[in-house]
Every structure is written in structure tokens, then in C-alpha cells.
Ligand binder design. Structure first.
Ligand SMILES: Nc1ncnc2c1ncn2[C@@H]1O[C@H](COP(=O)(O)OP(=O)(O)OP(=O)(O)O)[C@@H](O)[C@H]1O
Ligand SMILES: C[C@@](O)(CCO)CC(=O)[O-]
Ligand SMILES: [Mg+2]
Length: 400
């Protein structure tokens, strides 16, 4: 095993789709989620002749750098983080980072959250001897649309910084192009990514970073990650309403509602839990092929959950419209991720004709929405050789 210290490295992590359980999972209920074949890519380059650390985020037009000597003075406030049981920044650490990044309190803007998460992970993971680095992160995922862009971002940073600082070994080569870390190492990557998610979300459940780390399909409840080894092939249509929203604000809104109306809303959380359980049961009995009846159940579960999520106040008129368009062609949709705009998932039954799907996509694009037809399940965080990266990723990482 060799360390990656001093070498350029390329990492990627997938986005995710939550089939059921968003929001409820923050309150200890079951969620079912799967990796998505839209990924975030990171290039880390050691800076030999320089004494700065640079972060370049082309998706959001951010390019910033800091002098290592300025950051070194802050290290004592972060040096216990690596060994502490608690994951995530303390309020003192967040205050230090906000001052450093010139971010005002309560700011939820895209750049501030991305920069705070980066600084938190860099200072906490790299510790004593801060390395001079140049990091570029570019994603095919829409930012802030419900497909786990924040988790893919945090997972890529966590994996790259742990590897570059020698805290993770270079993964054993399965093949020369793409390698993955061991289970123990993935657990460490996931732990730090959860810390990054805490900076971005405030109170994440941890499901998004778990999917970005392990990929595949999984059941998540209260920190417990159970991979679902075999899942029937599910074709889905993902649609981005392009209505911007903040997961942090939506999660906080649900909490407020639950505190205000516990007796009214707790039963809905229990219902969402039961929906996840029933969905998992159907996927497992139909693992070798879902029957028509199975699809009917999956569709009804989608409809019921979409109504529940509306009750929690995380719907949006753009999502209502999307559900109406798909329903007019006999297709069933629900929001995925935090809602409030962002993305929805539509189940594509195998008996639906391609022409119908095309019509639906056309009508959704006329609403100003963006669609992807895809299937669920994608590999988790991976280390790549530069030659194995897709062309758009390498161009964006090198050209940024
Ligand atoms: N490619 C990226 N470049 C820079 N920052 C990013 C990138 N991807 C995500 N982020 C950070 O993550 C934030 C979006 O996170 P948020 O949790 O609100 O949305 P999401 O993760 O896309 O959706 P959800 O959490 O509902 O799945 C952005 O505001 C930005 O700070
Ligand atoms: C809304 C939420 O349940 C999913 C966001 O993708 C938040 C979380 O689980 O951290
Ligand atoms: Mg997120």
C-alpha cells in the first residue's frame, strides 16, 4: 500500500435518488435511496511551488484561495476533530470559519455553504501540516435540486483530503482505471462527509452521504445503513423543475411544523415509514421481475407519499404541475430529496410506450423543466486515473 501524498488524484461520487423517506428519515424513520449515474468529479493537485490552498468550483463560479500561513493559525481549534466522537463542526468552529470566509451569520447562499464545508474538512482532516493544494470540483448534478449534490461534494472532498493527507491508503488496484476503498476506509470517508453535510444542511440524517459513499441501493434508518443487494431494474424519469430551494431551510421548516403539531403530524411520519417498508417488501418479492400488481402498489405508494410531503409543506406549485402532467399520461410522480421545487421522480412501467414517455418529456420541457431517463443504482465514491474520466469531466476539471 502506498500513500497518495504528493500526487495528483481524481475522485468521483454519485448523486442519489430517494424513493421514499425524505424528511421522515431526519426524524428516525426508514428511507430507501439509491445511487444515480450523475456524478460529481474532483481533481486534487499538490501545489509544489506555492503556499496557498485553492478551491475552484466551476458549477457555481467560485474560485478562492487562502495563504496556508493564515490558515495554520486556526489549526489548533480544529485538531481534535479527527479523533473526536462527535461528527460535525462545533458552533465555535463554525464562527471561526465564517469569519475566515467573510460569511454573515445565517447565510444560506450556495457559495458560502460550499466554502464553509470545504474549509471545515480541509482544516479538520489535514491538521498539523496543512498541504498546499489546488482542488477543482465539477458536477453533472444540478446544484441544490434534490439529487444529493451536497453529499456528493462532501464525499469527494472527504475522500480526496483523507487520501492526500495520507490518512487513507491508495486503494488496492482492482483494475487500473477505477478503484474503490475498503469498507473500513469507506466508513471513515462517510463519517467526514457527514461532517461536511452538517455544515451545508444543519441537521442531515446522513442518508445522502451514505449513498454517495457506498452507491447501489440502501435502506437507511437512524445512522444504520443496510445495503439492498438485489433490486429489480426500475426505469425512472427524473425531472428538475429548476425551482431553487435550500435543503437546510426545508428541513428546518418540517421540524418547526412537527413541534407545532406533534399529534397531527407524527402519524404521517409513521405512515411514511410504513410506505418505505412496503416499498422495500415489494422490491424484494419482485426482485426477479415486478408484476403488474407490484407496479400498481409502487404507484399508489408514490401518490400517497407525495400527498404526505405536501402536508409537511415541502411541496411546490411546480411539483404539482409536474405530477398533473405525468398523471394525465397514467404516470405517477413524487418529489425526491428535500422538495420545495427541485426534482421529482416518475416511475416508468415497462408497458409504457416509448412514444408516451417522449410526449411526457416534451410537455415537461415546455414547462421549463429538465428531464433525464435513467435507472437506479450507481457505484459509490471511486478513485480514477485521468484517462478513465469521461470527456466532459476531464475537460471541466482541467479547463476550470
Ligand atoms: N458542484 C458543486 N459545486 C459547489 N458547491 C456545491 C456543488 N454541489 C453542491 N454544492 C453545495 O451544496 C449546496 C446544495 O446543497 P443542498 O443540500 O441544498 O441541495 P442538494 O444536495 O442538491 O439536494 P438534496 O439535499 O435535497 O438532495 C449548494 O448550495 C453548494 O453549497
Ligand atoms: C430532506 C432530507 O431527508 C433528504 C435530502 O436529500 C434531508 C436529510 O435526510 O438529511
Ligand atoms: Mg443536500
Amino acid at each position: 500500500m502506498s500513500t497518495m501524498a504528493g500526487r495528483e488524484l481524481f475522485v468521483s461520487a454519485p448523486g442519489k435518488v430517494i424513493l421514499h423517506g425524505e424528511h421522515a428519515v431526519v426524524h428516525g424513520k426508514v428511507a430507501l435511496a439509491a445511487g444515480l449515474n450523475l456524478r460529481t468529479f474532483l481533481r486534487l493537485k499538490p501545489n509544489k511551488n506555492n503556499s496557498t490552498v485553492l478551491i475552484n468550483l466551476p458549477n457555481i463560479g467560485t474560485k478562492l484561495n487562502w495563504n496556508i500561513s493564515d490558515l495554520q493559525a486556526l489549526v489548533p481549534s480544529f485538531q481534535d476533530s479527527l479523533h473526536s466522537e462527535a461528527v460535525g463542526p462545533s458552533s465555535e468552529q463554525l464562527d471561526i470559519l465564517k469569519t475566515l470566509a467573510g460569511v454573515s451569520n445565517g447565510s444560506r447562499d450556495t457559495e458560502s455553504l460550499a466554502v464553509l464545508a470545504f474549509l471545515y474538512l480541509y482544516l479538520s482532516i489535514c491538521g498539523q501540516e496543512l498541504p498546499s493544494l489546488e482542488i477543482v470540483v465539477w458536477s453533472r448534478l444540478p446544484t441544490g435540486a434534490g439529487l444529493g449534490s451536497s453529499a456528493a461534494y462532501s464525499v469527494c472532498l472527504s475522500a480526496a483530503l483523507l487520501t492526500a493527507s495520507g490518512k487513507l491508503a491508495y486503494p488496492e488496484q482492482e483494475n487500473i482505471d477505477t478503484t474503490r476503498w475498503t469498507q473500513t476506509e469507506l466508513t471513515l470517508i462517510n463519517r467526514w462527509a457527514f461532517g461536511g453535510e452538517k455544515v451545508i444542511h444543519g441537521n442531515p440524517s446522513g442518508v445522502d452521504n451514505a449513498v454517495a459513499t457506498w452507491g447501489g441501493a440502501l435502506r437507511y434508518q437512524a445512522g444504520q445503513i443496510t445495503p439492498i443487494e438485489r433490486v429489480p431494474v426500475l426505469q425512472i424519469l427524473l425531472t428538475n423543475t429548476r425551482v431553487p430551494r435550500s435543503t437546510k431551510a426545508l428541513v428546518a421548516g418540517v421540524k418547526d411544523k412537527l413541534l407545532k403539531y406533534p399529534n397531527i403530524l407524527e402519524p404521517l411520519l409513521a405512515s411514511i415509514n410504513a410506505i418505505s417498508e412496503e416499498c422495500q417488501r415489494v422490491l424484494q418479492v419482485g426482485v426477479d421481475g415486478l408484476s403488474k400488481d407490484h407496479y400498481s402498489v409502487l404507484e399508489e405508494l408514490i401518490d400517497i407519499n407525495q400527498h404526505h410531503l405536501n402536508v409537511f409543506g415541502v411541496g411546490h406549485p411546480s411539483l404539482d404541475r409536474l405530477c398533473q402532467v405525468t398523471a394525465s399520461h397514467g404516470l405517477h410522480s413524487k418529489l425526491t430529496g428535500a422538495g420545495g421545487g427541485g426534482c421529482a421522480v416518475t416511475l416508468l412501467r415497462p408497458d409504457i410506450e416509448a412514444a408516451v414517455v417522449d410526449t411526457v418529456k416534451h410537455q415537461l420541457s415546455e414547462c421549463g423543466y429538465q428531464c433525464w431517463e435513467t435507472s437506479i443504482g450507481a457505484p459509490g465514491v471511486s478513485l480514477h486515473s485521468s484517462s478513465s474520466l469521461p470527456e466532459d469531466a476531464i475537460t471541466s476539471l482541467n479547463g476550470a
